[in-house]
Ligand binder design. Structure first.
Ligand code: KIV
Length: 263
């Protein structure tokens, strides 16, 4: 596989095909995921949960994200590498630019930020300075306490309308990608169809352009893995096969299945 760029993801969307994304936090998995042909690696702040053992992502620092980004990118994966900006590291443009610069110097090729309309000017300022941005809407784990836990978002008409208008604002501000987490599949379908930028879903149904899972969940290593995930290692004894099966299942539209989404 040649190095994946954002233009490749736009091409996949325009052909109506699908792409896959997995989280990674270290060099070994980064290399393996890339070798398996997964198009996107997310250095997610889910590392707060699966690596550091916290209940939420709120404790994750800029230093931790930069450290894990450097580990992931050291092996020069072919996959496009996106890094999360952690909680409260992008409250306004000046700080967002500094944090994003730290991640880009550590090897990130795009940064991801959680939130809606309020982020538009920050996204605009990052993009103006040459930093590609991925938005994140729906269940935004950094707002855990505000949302009252890990709950499906956008189930009523007003919430759904806000998520759709936030998605349009984020695209308008210059974001290159959008992650939609834990929203009804009908809403995710509508947003994916309306946006020109590729949409990556997690617990968002089958009609987003890409699918992302947390690595430790899809390898069945977590005890509390969400119902939208799937243990791809269960039916094989090889991590490599599990990752390739995930990729093929996304491309062939066999994952997600109805059990893995919300109506
Ligand atoms: O931090 C993360 O791993 C994420 C994914 C769940 C999308 O943001």
């Amino acid at each position: 596989m040649a190095k994946v760029t954002i233009s490749d993801l736009f091409k996949i969307k325009s052909k109506g095909e699908k792409f896959a994304c997995l989280t990674a936090y270290d060099a070994t998995f980064s290399h393996l995921i890339s070798q398996c042909g997964i198009e996107v690696i997310l250095v997610g702040d889910s590392l707060g949960n699966v690596i550091q053992g916290h209940k939420t992502t709120l404790q994750v620092t800029v230093e931790s994200m930069a450290y894990h980004t450097a580990c992931v990118t050291k092996v020069e994966p072919q996959s496009l590498v996106i890094t999360d900006l952690p909680f409260m590291s992008y409250p306004h443009s000046d700080e967002a630019i500094k944090t994003a610069a730290t991640m880009m110097r550590s090897g990130a090729e795009m940064v991801k930020v959680e939130g809606g309309q309020w982020l538009s000017s920050i996204i605009f300022d990052l993009v103006e300075r040459g930093i590609p941005v991925c938005g994140h809407l729906g269940l935004t784990p950094q707002s855990f306490h505000m949302l009252g836990g890990y709950k499906v978002q956008g189930r009523n008409e007003a919430e759904a309308a806000t998520i759709l208008s936030d998605a349009l604002s984020i695209q308008e501000a210059g974001a290159s990608l959008l992650v939609l987490e834990c929203v009804p599949e009908t809403l995710a379908s509508e947003i994916s169809a309306k946006l020109k930028i590729p949409v990556i879903g997690i617990g968002a149904g089958p009609n987003t352009d890409g699918q992302v899972l947390v690595l430790h969940d899809m390898l069945g290593l977590t005890t509390n893995s969400p119902s939208f995930s799937k243990d791809f290692l269960r039916d094989t004894d090889s991590v490599t096969t599990a990752i390739k099966t995930f990729l093929n299942s996304v491309k062939n539209r066999e994952f997600p299945e109805e059990d893995n989404w919300y109506s």
